[in-house]
Write a protein that binds this ligand. Structure first.
Ligand code: PMP
Ligand code: GLU
Length: 395
């Protein structure tokens, strides 16, 4: 029936992260002992103070349509958060609250891109950037990086990727999937290049901002000259263990925020009212309220780093944030193990699923065909068991 569907949907790839998570769930339901390291989703519960705010919102009857761009007090709290954590100065008229950071990104693509506009994506990039850009008529331009450069794009690489058609650059820091964080100095080098090309806007996806194992963080929008050409994307899913609540937000030049509100007004009428009230409690809290989760992620990161480094043929970088490892496993390509030929990262991920009962995601989905992604947002016990199984299957 594909001929009945639009070219737009026929040309869209399925989200590989969600697809692998669904496959793992299906195999589990069939009774297989699968450990899923596929989905980037904290294994913590939403903190009680946020749940209380949501319960109170229900009792207080926050049940009518919210303003399309978000409640005013929530937008004010987000402005305060941007100032407190990121040294970014936004007015409430520059904030738009949406149904997850995913929708925030989709809105931005829809309102910024015309057919043929190029969008630079340092690779590896988060899986949905590529398809959201494509779906909006844009052309993703991948800039490859490798484990050797800690998966970071240099100023020279950025310069070389720019053409007269370049409209935007999208990146995440901390990066999903590599865990790399661009330092202030590294961002300033990129900004020097961007200054020569004032037509380029930047999407800075900072959803993992708080899951940071370094002692500093820099938002590109806080660097002089970038305030009027950066769209800062953030959300509560990762830091506050609120993936299911579906709230993300942007801070952007006012004309872009207005355009995002316009599209949202035709598509969703705004984000869920109760989840917005819960988000108000989350963003108003000091980051120390979630330090226990960050500490747990850091502890697991150390354990997983040491265990993965012991597996022959795994090249691993030291992540600085988020909760992913993105090992280069290309040494296995061209080999046959347990009768299964492994020629690429897809084969490798499927081998691990079949032979180790461990679900991961192929690096292809993130623009790097040499790697696979593992999420360590799961218990230490399961992580140890999963990596033991991987090691044994490959031995
Ligand atoms: N950006 C990145 C880098 C992500 O990993 C995710 C994953 N959820 C999102 C955006 C989307 O977040 P949300 O769940 O708020 O839609
Ligand atoms: N962002 C998470 C991930 O990368 C959740 C899945 C998704 O939204 O695609 O695994």
């Amino acid at each position: 029936m594909n001929h009945v569907l639009s070219d737009r949907i026929n040309n869209l790839a399925v989200s590989q992260t969600l697809a692998m998570a669904a496959l793992a769930r299906e195999l589990k339901a069939q009774g297989k002992d699968i450990i899923s390291l596929s989905l980037g989703e904290p294994d913590f519960n939403t903190p009680d103070f946020i749940k209380e705010a949501a319960k109170k919102a229900i009792d207080d009857n926050w049940s009518a349509y919210p303003p399309v761009d978000g409640y005013v007090d929530l937008k004010e709290a987000i402005c305060h958060k941007f100032k407190r954590d990121n040294n970014l100065t936004y007015a409430p008229s520059q904030i738009v609250v949406s149904t997850g950071a995913k929708q925030s990104l989709y809105n931005v693509a829809q309102v910024m891109l015309n057919d043929g506009d190029e969008v630079i994506l340092p690779a590896p990039y988060w899986v949905s950037y590529f398809e959201i850009v494509k779906l909006s008529g844009g052309i993703p331009v991948e800039v490859p990086t490798s484990v050797e450069s800690n998966f970071k794009m240099t100023a020279e690489q950025l310069e070389a990727a720019i053409t007269p058609k370049t409209k935007m650059m999208w990146f995440s820091s901390p990066c999903n999937p590599s865990g790399s964080i661009y330092s202030k100095i590294e961002l300033e080098a990129l900004v020097e290049v961007l200054k020569k090309h004032p037509q380029i806007y930047v999407v800075s996806d900072e959803i993992y901002e708080h899951i940071n194992y370094t002692d500093s963080y820099c938002s590109i929008g806080s660097i002089s000259g970038m305030e009027n050409r950066t769209i800062t994307v953030n959300g509560v899913a990762k830091a506050f263990a609120m993936t299911g609540w579906r709230i993300g937000y942007i801070g952007a030049p006012e004309f872009i925020a207005k355009a995002c509100t316009k599209i949202q007004g035709q598509v969703t009428s705004g984000a869920n009212s109760i989840a917005q009230r819960a988000t108000l409690a989350a963003v108003s809290a000091e980051p120390s309220a979630i330090q226990y989760m960050v500490d747990a992620f850091r502890n697991r990161k150390e354990i997983v780093y040491n265990l993965l480094s012991e597996i022959p043929g795994f090249k691993v970088n030291q992540p600085e944030g988020a909760f992913y490892f993105f090992p280069d496993v290309s040494e296995y390509f061209g080999k046959t193990i347990k009768g299964k030929e492994i020629n690429n990262a897809n084969d490798f991920a499927m081998f691990l699923l079949a032979e180790a009962n461990v679900a991961t995601v192929t690096g292809d989905a993130f623009g790097n065909p040499n790697c696979i992604r593992l999420s360590y947002a799961t218990s230490e016990e399961l992580l140890r068991e999963a990596i033991k199984r991987i090691k044994e299957a490959l031995a």
